[in-house]
Design a protein around this ligand. Sequence first.
Ligand code: MN
Length: 227
Amino acid sequence: MADYVIPAPEQAAIPTKNGGAFPVRRVYCIGRNYAAHAVEMGHDPTREAPFFFQKNPDNLDASGQFPYPSRSADVHHEVELLVALKSGGADIRVEDALGHVWGYAVALDMTRRDLQGEAKKVGRPWEIGKAFEHSAPVGPLVPIAVTGPMAEGQVALTVNDALRQTGDLNQMIWKVPEMIAYLSMYFELQAGDVILSGTPAGVGPVQRGDVMQATIAGLDALTVKVV
Ligand code: MN
């Protein structure tokens, strides 16, 4: 036991469907991983290597509520498949990558789009747009033994029952095993790392009082109220 000089922060964790919690070490997020979303954000989807940013483990929030963040007037929803790793390593081969997956969940990459936009314009990091408190609502993790590899299946998000985002996991530019392999060339992945795998087209703003429902075929729906 370390001789900490202040009380140790609580271990970030997300619930699993059949009880027990999954402790989270790092949160990697891939950008522009669906062509139609890359196009709606003004980018050419055909010429880009994958790129990643990070959220903080304690940004994950399974409460079903999303407190509208400070200092933004344009907060967007992004529905994403969350991939949770039970093991890791460096230079993982694509064909071995799924062997490191513990399970999957539905998650939201909530984004202060106005602040992200300002950061992009001047070449600054994205943290204030992406890595703020409660910025990653998440549903229960389901083991890969139950879900299978999840290479395809509908992804959708409604706001107040109106369809906003729709796509299919098979439209990812970089597939889950490729993402794991690519990340592991730059970072040593470990058990407890999770990856948000990008969002399909249709991102847009939410307001206080809105109810978002995010669905991915084969997983439990995630319902989140903006408060
Ligand atoms: Mn995203």
